[in-house]
Design a protein around this ligand. Structure first.
Ligand SMILES: [Zn+2]
Length: 211
């Protein structure tokens, strides 16, 4: 897991007045992108005045609630439908927090606290800037990037075509010149092949519409 587990579920600590820890704490830099671990509906947004600081709760179809706390910024509203992986906010250090971290908790449909540890790996893997540079480029307006990429592909293809055309024309001219020199030097067939290349050059010029 890429984040350090700094507070286990059920842990007793004076920081929490010796009350069992209702979730897990994952140390991460402030501003780390947080995503929903499951499909659901945002049923609560914490405004930062409570111990949990800024945060939210996502209610899954079975009634289980995933709770995020100590965030810097909540990027969802009560009633928003979220899919697993959707951005819900940025991590922070708000509320009763002694350092930048995410508090993550789970409550079952009856409101009982349950151990969220099985979600820790998934939560960590979808949190933060997990897209590489290429992923970011693709993510920023996939459509427009795709169109530009298509244009780029055409341009590259035309560039290769141009280069190839120039190369062929150059090669036939140089080839003819070399063969004429060889003819002069005494190679019997040189003149004939030079003639062939000159004809090819003229054909290429005709096909490509001149140099
Ligand atoms: Zn915590």
């Amino acid at each position: 897991m890429k984040f350090r587990l700094t507070g286990k579920f059920g842990e007793l600590s004076p920081v929490r007045n010796m009350q069992p820890h209702s979730g897990i704490d994952l140390a991460m830099p402030e501003g780390t992108t947080l995503r929903s671990v499951a499909d659901g509906v945002v049923d609560r947004v914490y405004d930062g005045t409570g111990l949990i600081g800024k945060g939210l709760s996502v209610k899954m179809p079975d009634g289980t609630r995933a709770i995020y706390g100590h965030m810097n910024e909540v990027k969802a509203h009560v009633g928003d439908k979220v899919n697993a992986g959707d951005i819900v906010g940025l991590s922070g250090n708000t509320g009763n927090s002694t350092g930048p971290h995410l508090h993550f908790g789970l409550k079952d449909a009856s409101g009982n606290v349950v151990d969220p540890t099985p979600y820790a790996d998934k939560l960590a893997s979808i949190s933060g800037d997990h897209l590489g540079p290429l992923g970011k480029v693709i993510a920023i307006g996939t459509e427009s990037v795709r169109e530009k990429a298509a244009d780029m592909t055409v341009e590259i293809a035309l560039g290769i075509f141009d280069a190839l055309k120039d190369f062929l024309l150059g090669a036939t001219l140089i080839g003819s010149a070399v063969l004429i020199i060889l003819k002069v030097a005494g190679w019997r067939d040189g003149g004939r092949w030079a003639g062939v290349l000159i004809v090819v050059n003229i054909l290429l010029k005709f096909l490509f519409g001149g140099v």
